[in-house]
Ligand binder design. Structure first.
Ligand code: GCU
Length: 659
């Protein structure tokens, strides 16, 4: 059956693939040579574009290729996802060794637009720097009593599941796959890392539901992965133990995995959250994380699958009175000693920071500390702690900083990682991501995963160009004005200088300075009348700073060298401490909170001025969300400032209103 481009359900936004983005390709004469399912996808895409814009597509060249403006050709000598693109004699040629490379080449040409068809250009080879570019969906099959359909989801329901069942909306899933392929994603995990009762069955009797999703993703070169519970044998009626060294357990997993591959021959593998926040794991049997991961790796190995074992392991039942426990240390303490013990098809999936996706964290010291372990770095596109898709917070600059960080002063994180993963921010919302501008996060993640060294500003420009083809300069400038600095703006009005949290417990939206201070999940700021922050130095603190390679351990050890933005993450400082930037700590807290709110006010104004330059519904949705962002930013400013004014007794040097 010929491949057809998915039709978007009525009212669903085309995001970064509106028909207009295909005008340049669609108005050309295109030749597609080669065969295979993904070549069919490329053909379907080109045919769809040409039907709209008057071009044409051929499968076989009648009188040579010179009659064509655009040629897609299969040619040996390229790596799996690689393609070359060049232009000579009036023909733009994309070559790759198969459909996968051609598909990425097609979207490359779409991004170039008219530029792809002018001048002469030697063939340039493009290849992803990172092999695995993955989205993890924290989607539940059954609605969870606390977390709902999508854990930490701010974009409506799940695209895959509803009320305990598969939604079966294959067109929408395929349209999602298409968006993901266009930004370079090649793997998706379709259920939450917290695997509850219903979801455990996806591995066995409900694998058909997963296979149906895999079929749609496959059409765009995306492999499907599944989150599984470590206790699956017990939960699903197998052996009464989940001990990873037990022969019966190993046999059970081998059989279960064989059946998975019968249904999904290109299945990607398992994602596992074990011994983390109450999820079962190998500790119950006195076994290590490597034992656990390797057992699953062994089951997947015959089929080329991979186990993604998450390093998000810490004590979530702390006593705030116990000053010796530091949550930041936990991942390194648990995993660094296991370097070299993980199987070749086990990937340790590490959150980019040591805590939990706060607006500002140092890069996790696990990254770079385990040279003999395959590593995936996990980001959070879903804005759990960064405004929950009610606030504009474009995370490109933050992710780029992480990817460019050099843990050993030599190799950047982006080059160390075998995989880059983001928790998806998409759902069944008509704009996919709730906040229409949050689409930029999803797109940016994919593009940075393809090229971690790319400038985030360039990626944003691409996103704007695709999403709003033919946008007048005023719109382009306006979108940059509201997005470029939005992460730093968010940082300015929320928790200061890397201290993190200060959010409402549970749902994590809005300020609560002491919300977690006495909770079992960890203590984060230790503010008293004299100062605030956590001493993580080796000399006098928790010793966390010493988990880094020497170059960074030395930088972080002293407030004199520690970057200001992490000052309170690494140090407990008096309110009168003069930061490297020149302000006292307390004045910095006041100033940045006021600045943050002023920046939101300014962004809201800019947005208002863009009315009439896009569909009214999109403009109105964002305008409405800006009202909430501003309300919330003011709430943050006033709570944080009042809290520190009351603790310190130090008035604002500029005499502004503090409550
Ligand atoms: C955060 C988040 C949880 C999630 C967890 C994880 O703590 O709040 O909802 O389950 O991260 O990454 O496993």
């Amino acid at each position: 059956m010929p491949f057809t481009v998915p039709v978007l359900p009525e009212g669903v936004d085309p995001a970064w693939l509106p028909p207009g983005a295909f005008r340049a390709v669609g108005s050309r004469r295109t030749l597609i040579q080669g065969s295979g399912p993904l070549v069919e996808t490329v053909h379907g895409e080109a045919a769809w574009a040409c039907a709209r814009f008057g071009g044409g597509v051929d499968r076989a060249a009648g009188s040579g290729t010179s009659a064509y403006d655009l040629v897609f050709r299969v040619e040996q000598g390229y790596r799996d996802e690689e393609f070359a693109c060049g232009r000579s004699g009036g023909t733009t040629v994309v070559t790759a060794s198969g459909g996968r490379g051609l598909l990425y080449g097609l979207f490359h040409v779409v991004r170039l637009g008219e530029d792809a068809f002018h001048g002469e250009r030697p063939a340039e080879v493009h290849r992803p720097a990172v092999a695995l570019r993955m989205l993890d969906h924290w989607d539940n099959v059954a609605v969870h009593p606390v977390m709902g359909q999508v854990e930490r989801g701010y974009a409506g329901g799940s695209l895959f599941w509803r009320d305990g069942r598969a939604r079966g909306e294959s067109e929408r899933v395929r349209a999602y796959a298409r968006l993901l392929a266009a930004c370079g994603i090649n793997a998706v995990a379709v259920n939450n890392v917290n695997v509850h009762e219903t979801e455990a069955h996806l591995l066995t009797d409900r694998i058909g539901d997963v296979a149906a999703l895999a079929e749609q993703f496959r059409a765009y070169g995306i492999r499907t992965h599944l989150s599984v519970t470590f206790a699956a044998p017990v939960v699903l009626g197998g052996p009464a133990t989940a001990d990873p060294l037990d022969a019966g357990v190993r046999g059970w997993w081998a059989e279960a995995t064989a059946r998975v591959y019968e249904s999904i021959p290109d299945f990607g593998g398992y994602v596992v959250k074990a011994d983390s926040e109450g999820q079962p794991g190998p500790f119950a049997y006195g076994r290590s994380h490597a034992d656990g991961a390797n057992m699953l790796a062994a089951a997947l190995e015959p089929y080329g699958g991979t186990v993604h074992w998450r390093a998000f392991v810490y004590d979530h039942r702390q006593d705030w009175r116990d000053r010796s426990t530091d949550r930041a240390r936990a991942a390194y303490d648990h995993f660094a000693p296991l370097d070299g013990e993980f199987a070749a098809n086990a990937v340790l999936q590490v959150k980019h920071g040591p805590m939990d996706f706060q607006v500002r964290e140092p890069v996790s010291p696990v990254i770079g500390a385990m040279p003999r372990t395959r590593l995936a770095v996990e980001f959070q596109a879903t804005q759990e702690y960064t405004g929950q898709q009610r606030h504009v917070c474009w995370l490109g600059p933050m992710w780029s900083e992480v990817l460019r960080f050099r843990p050993d002063a030599e190799t950047a994180v982006g080059a160390l990682a075998d995989g880059l993963v983001a928790v998806s921010n998409a759902g069944d919302d008509p704009y996919w991501t709730g906040h229409p501008l949050a689409q930029a996060n999803l797109y940016t993640f994919g593009r940075l995963a393809w090229d971690p060294g790319a400038g985030p500003g360039d990626v944003l420009r691409e996103w704007i160009g695709l999403t709003h083809p033919d946008a007048p300069e005023r719109l382009v400038d306006g979108l940059h004005a509201v997005l470029d600095g939005s992460w730093r703006t968010y940082e300015k009005y929320t928790a200061p200088l890397g201290v993190g949290f200060m959010v409402q417990p549970g749902h994590h939206y809005g300020p609560s300075v002491d919300g977690y201070e006495y909770s079992p999940w960890g203590t984060y700021h230790f503010a008293d009348r004299d100062g605030v922050g956590v001493d993580r130095s080796a000399a006098t603190g928790t010793g966390y700073a010493a988990q880094y390679a020497k170059v960074w351990a030395e930088v972080y050890e002293s407030p004199d060298t520690c970057p200001d933005e992490l000052a309170l993450f690494f140090h407990h400082l008096p309110y009168g401490h003069v930061l490297r930037g020149g302000s006292t700590l307390i004045q910095h807290i006041y100033d940045t909170r006021f600045e943050g709110v002023a920046e939101v006010e300014a962004a809201r104004e800019v947005w208002g001025s863009l009315a009439g330059l896009m569909e009214p519904a999109r403009h109105a949705r964002v305008a409405e969300l800006y009202e909430e962002q501003l309300r919330s930013a003011r709430e943050w400013r006033d709570q944080v400032n009042s809290y520190f004014f009351r603790k310190s007794g130090v008035p604002d040097a500029r005499g502004r209103r503090i409550y």
